[in-house]
Unconditional design. Structure first.
Lengths: 411, 294
């Protein structure tokens, strides 16, 4: 190879610039807030948050605008594995200067990443996980839990089902942190209302697609209600197969304790009609949610509408950035605990969830809504799936502060 | 009513029957794998994705062309089988002379790509597909409530398995195929177009996966991951039955379905692992599998 004078000059000029590169990026980093969206982007929960969750976090950052600092949104796939999730969280914080970790569905991963953020003193806003332990026994000064949890689902769906006469229960539970928490919280409500839990099965997660065997066991128990303490495909498969095996026709009620509007879409109204489900967001709830949906919908893939979790990412980023702007970027970067404290001190408000607060244990306090899935005749068009049955006001929807055993509250 | 091992007999019979139904799926899928491995020496890891494509083809035929279940049962295997033929002609063919590992890696990668494309196109939440009206409803068997559709799945699987076995073991075409695996050059010398036969065999194996997908569409949710859940179990079935053994894969498919079904009653948490425990034991005791030739 011949080395020409010109290329030699170019190379030396490049070499001279090189030492400046790291300094440049560090200078940029000082006024850039980095948000890492960590969720399932390829597996069975990827339709809940996934890339749409990333898109709505970005939407919130763009709508917030430039108020003296830049916002950068990173994303990664945790594959529903706690080890993968905590590794990415560590790398993000240690190497890439991420200031806040967002979303993190799948309760086992959600709890693992909460531990990492606590250790590193970085803000952690969990939206996608359901386990109420995030603001209970395993709460942390760096954690905020947005949008929903197992207690709120259990109280709304479980409470309404017992009230409607479903006083004997059998649980089909996904065998990991989330399923266990949902079963525990729902059983509490069933017993408190004078009902009985007759039995249950724990199904391997992930990897179960045929639930007929468990449904037949549920039927043999003669319980009036089969509680589905699972999510996503597990839930839709259970509902499909329960219809197939005639459980519903024989008067057994299904309590799908965690359903998203996307699950109704997957089942189709003929199969899903009449199910009750609890959400804290529905796109067609009021004028603000409709306006919000119209504004952000073009960012979502497959012509979806925002669901509780993707809208939650939007809401969480909005509130987080308000707190950062309020306290200043250097202070926000220095301590995750301080950011979360500042977020607790300010009321939350956005188009998706309206007004709310963030409680001392990290719980996002907003109303919860009990919906019934419409019949095909009632539905007027695409994604017109739910009608509102009842609203639980914010003060009553969540586990009382005194019952959560969160060490932050006791001390 | 009497009890067996503390479980009421009716419940146990019900679980045996359900195990048989799941076994039908295992048998159908492992059959396709066994045909492909037995005759082409390719470990087809794209089988799960091809099963999923069958289910999606059924959904597309219904949504886009208005063709119902029975048409799907006929057309989906042809369409998906044809994509298999294209894959074999363009890619898999290059690997016959190499170690098994290369075929495994190629098909594994293809499977991931196919799954990714479907996830991009349709999302991962799944699509609805209803049981055809002729097969909806259920029979009350006294000890359990058997949906007509599940009964149909078992019958269809048995017919398919039997037909494939007869085709390969008892017909002239099957004899050519078996001869070609032993000595392709010699069979070619007799004037048989071996490359074409091999291509069509792969297509047929893929079509079997697609039929499985169509049969599964009404009972599982139609989504891009539906194949990955099954494929690992199905591979275990093939290994236990003996790689490439047609009869082995049919018998073990049904047998393991039943064992898994019983585990779901006695120890539900272990139901996803029991098949792999059996696989480990069989591999230690009979490395070639229950029906394999060492």
């Amino acid at each position: 190879m011949q080395i020409t004078r010109r290329s030699l000059m170019a190379a030396s000029a490049g070499a001279a610039l090189m030492p400046m590169a790291p300094r440049l990026s560090r200078a940029q980093a000082a006024d850039t807030i980095r948000i890492g969206v960590l969720n399932d982007q390829s597996g069975l929960y990827s339709y809940i948050g996934g890339l749409n969750g990333v898109a709505l976090a970005q939407a919130a950052a763009q709508e917030f605008g430039n108020r003296g600092f830049q916002v950068e949104v990173l994303r990664a796939d945790h594959q529903n594995r706690p080890d993968v999730g905590s590794n990415i969280a560590r790398q993000w914080i240690d190497r890439d200067g991420v200031d806040m970790i967002l979303d993190v569905p799948t309760s086992s991963v959600g709890l693992a990443v909460a531990g990492v953020c606590r250790e590193k003193n970085k803000a952690y806003i969990n939206v996608g996980s359901a386990t109420s332990d995030l603001t209970g026994a395993q709460c942390a000064p760096t954690t905020a839990h947005w949008v929903y949890d197992t207690y709120m689902l259990a109280k709304s769906t479980g409470g309404a089902t017992v009230k409607a006469g479903g006083d004997t229960w059998f649980f089909i539970t996904a065998d990991y942190a989330f399923g266990h928490a949902l079963e525990r919280d729902t059983s509490g409500f069933v017993r408190a209302a004078g009902g009985r839990v007759l039995g249950g099965v724990r199904t391997p997660f992930p990897g179960t697609s045929d639930f007929s065997s468990f449904l037949v066991q549920a039927q043999a128990s003669r319980a009036k209600v089969v509680g589905l303490a699972n999510a996503g495909q597990d839930t839709t498969n259970c509902i499909k197969q329960a219809a197939e095996f005639g459980l519903t026709r024989r008067g057994v009620k299904l309590a799908a304790l965690l359903m998203f509007v996307d699950d109704v879409h997957a089942l189709g109204l003929p199969t899903a009609q009449g199910l009750v489900m609890t959400e804290s967001f529905y796109w067609d709830l009021n004028d603000r949610t409709r306006a919000f949906t119209q504004r952000v919908r073009s960012r979502l893939s497959n012509n979806q509408v925002p669901n509780m979790v993707t809208a939650g990412n939007y809401s969480a980023v909005t509130h987080y950035l308000k707190a950062v702007a309020d306290m200043g970027v250097p202070a926000a970067k220095a301590s995750g605990t301080e950011v979360i404290n500042r977020m607790k001190a300010m009321p939350t408000e956005d188009d998706a969830f309206g007004k709310g607060t963030l409680r001392a244990d990290g719980r996002h306090i907003i109303p919860s809504y009990l919906f019934e899935v419409k019949t095909p005749e009632e539905s007027k068009g695409a994604w017109d799936y739910l009608k509102l049955l009842q609203t639980t006001p914010a003060e009553e929807a969540w586990r009382p502060l005194s019952e959560g055993n969160c060490p932050l509250v006791r001390s | 009513m009497f009890d067996i091992l503390g479980i009421p007999a009716p419940l146990l019979f019900g679980q045996l029957l359900l195990g048989l139904i799941n076994g039908a799926f295992y048998a159908m899928l492992s059959l396709g794998l066994a045909v492909i491995f037995g005759l082409l020496n390719i470990i087809n890891f794209a089988h799960g994705a091809q099963f999923m494509m069958g289910a999606f083809a059924a959904w597309m035929l219904l949504e886009w062309l208005g063709l119902g279940y029975w048409w799907a049962l006929l057309l989906a295997p042809i369409i998906v089988g044809f994509t298999g033929v294209v894959l074999e002609r363009t890619m898999i063919r290059q690997l016959y002379k190499l170690d098994h590992l290369y075929g495994l890696l190629l098909t594994f990668g293809l499977g991931l790509i196919i799954e990714g494309v479907f996830r991009n196109e349709f999302g991962s939440s799944g699509l609805p597909y209803r049981i055809p009206p002729e097969l909806s409803g259920a029979w009350d068997l006294g000890f359990m409530f058997l949906p007509v559709y599940r009964g149909w799945v078992v019958v269809a699987a048995l017919i398919l398995c039997l037909a494939t076995w007869l085709l390969i073991e008892k017909t002239r075409l099957g004899a050519y195929l078996r001869a070609a695996t032993e000595n392709a050059a010699l069979v070619q010398a007799f004037g048989v177009n071996v490359p074409r036969m091999v291509t069509l065999t792969y297509g047929a194996g893929v079509a079997l996966a697609a039929i499985g997908g169509v049969l599964a569409a009404p009972i599982y949710s139609v989504n891009p991951q539906m194949g990955t859940n099954l494929i690992i179990v199905v591979f275990a079935v093939v290994v236990i039955g003996g790689m490439g053994s047609i009869l082995g894969s049919i018998v073990t498919g049904f047998g393991l379905g039943i064992i898994e079904g019983l585990t779901k009653v006695f120890w539900p948490e272990a139901s996803a692992t029991v098949i792999f425990v059996i696989m480990a034991i069989v591999l230690l005791a009979r490395p070639a599998g229950l029906f394999g030739r060492a």
